[in-house]
Design a binder for this molecule. Structure first.
Ligand code: ADP
Ligand code: MG
Length: 432
């Protein structure tokens, strides 16, 4: 296909052609009759979305409308009825593709890499290679499951960070290549932001974001953040971990107990049969901590002390004792982590006068956290928003959803990624 863009702005009207105001007919003629392209079957001309007369003129010339190009600033609401968004997520050890049609999740294919299990943590280079091996089939599966073809896609979105650099690059480059090939726009998505809005992923459940501001607790393997989210979806981070993330605290203390990676879900299961009061592990920067005077209004977290405390305490116990009380120890570790997360979230909601709290990220799958946060919120008369467990850990549905939310609210996607083909496309789209 030969592509030729004809500028239609700031051009003089051709006095002979009053049917087509505001359009330089000579330019179209020049394009169509240009010796380089004479005899070609296809010409692509782009016009502004609302330039009705201009579009009619193109129809008169025999052009057919084949695609809508969405610039970064384009409002989703204008094209909601035709919007199919492909989301791609490869920031860590999940390869995922999802399709969002008209704001609803149609498919969400997630492959969790098993190649890291024997190492007790994610090996970055292995993760990148595994993403590369799987990405084509995962995206194919997501598109097929959504009952559409790649040509029906209107927007491609992918995690642009934060994450393991090699892993992010696989998804980001694949997504931009696909967007370029399909001639549709690309939206880079911040992975943590996508987690923040994951409680509002729509599967037809009608679950919508609170009307007012709310406090969001994002707890994953790599991050622990407390933010206040405003109704316009802007958010302010008011606290974060000073060292380990909550998921990391689960994984590392679980490893000390001899549990496989990732230990979070294993501790969750084991703790069901254990006594959470078996041993009191420290809860840093809370009302229970040594320096409790300074905890008020401090929404930061610290989990490295818990890790040291578990290690030194375990070193003093016999292997038989640890084996016999594994469930009790797991429940006690979990109680320490969950206690901190709940106390800080409720304190943040109180201090900011908001009436809703949400939890997101891998650790939001934890059954004890869900239960304790619900009880605390009920006591305070605060609404709690939780993602379904499927959307707690990394998934592409949240990437596609955030891309859709951004476009629907007229938000501009981030521009700080730097890949040539679509950087130049974005600049061109802005001009049109
Ligand atoms: P990341 O993006 O950092 O990889 P994810 O959002 O995928 O993180 O979450 C993974 C983390 O969530 C791991 O640390 C894992 O142990 C933890 N996790 C998953 N399920 C549970 C659970 N049921 N209880 C506690 N932690 C959990
Ligand atoms: Mg994550």
């Amino acid at each position: 296909m030969f592509v030729k863009t004809v500028e239609t702005k700031n051009q003089q009207r051709n006095s002979d052609d009053r049917r087509w105001p505001g359009i330089e007919i000579r330019n179209i003629k020049k394009a169509v009759e240009h010796p380089d392209i004479r005899g070609e079957q296809h010409y692509t001309i782009r016009s502004g979305q609302n330039q009705k007369e201009v579009k009619n003129a193109y129809f008169d010339f025999g052009f057919a409308l084949v695609a809508r190009i969405v610039s970064f600033a384009h409002r989703f609401s204008e094209i909601r009825d035709t919007m199919n968004i492909l989301g791609i997520e490869t920031s860590c050890d999940e390869t995922s593709g999802a399709v969002l049609c008209n704001g609803n999740v149609r498919s969400n294919v997630v492959s969790s890499q098993l190649c890291h299990t024997s190492f007790g943590g994610v090996v970055p280079e292995l993760a990148s290679r595994e993403h590369e091996r799987l990405i084509v089939s995962i995206v194919d599966a997501a598109v097929t499951e959504a009952n559409i073809t790649k040509n029906d896609l209107d927007v491609i979105a992918a995690t642009a960070g934060p994450g393991l650099i090699g892993a992010v690059m696989v998804g980001l480059c694949f997504a931009q290549g696909l967007a370029y090939a399909l001639d549709v726009p690309f939206v880079p998505v911040n992975h943590i932001e996508a987690h923040i809005f994951s409680p509002f992923i729509n599967e037809g459940s009608g679950h919508t974001a609170p009307e007012g501001a709310y406090v969001s607790l994002t707890v994953s393997g790599g991050h622990t953040l407390l933010s206040v989210v405003a109704p316009d979806l802007s958010y302010k981070v008011i606290g974060r971990t000073l060292d380990d993330a909550a998921g990391e605290a689960f994984d590392k203390t679980g490893k000390m107990l001899g549990l496989p990676y990732p230990a979070g879900p294993v501790i969750d299961k084991l703790a069901e049969k254990g006594d959470p009061n078996f041993h009191l592990f420290p809860r840093a920067l809370t009302s229970q901590s040594q320096s409790s005077k300074s905890w008020h209004g401090n929404f930061d977290f610290s989990f490295s002390g818990l890790k040291t405390s578990v290690l030194t305490w375990l070193q003093k116990q016999s292997p038989e004792f640890i084996e016999r009380h594994k469930a009790d120890i797991a429940a006690s570790i979990q109680a320490a982590i969950v206690g901190v997360l709940v106390e800080k979230s409720i304190a943040a909601a109180r201090s900011r006068n908001v009436m809703a709290v949400s939890i997101a990220g891998g650790v939001s799958a934890n059954s004890s956290l869900r239960k304790a946060m619900k009880e605390a919120c009920d006591k305070e008369g605060i609404a709690l928003h939780l993602p379904s467990v499927t959307y707690s850990t990394d998934n592409a549905a949240m990437i596609a959803t955030l891309a859709g939310l951004k476009l629907s609210r007229g938000m501009k996607a981030e521009r700080n990624y730097n890949v040539a083909p679509y950087a130049s496309f974005a600049a061109a789209a802005k001009k049109a």
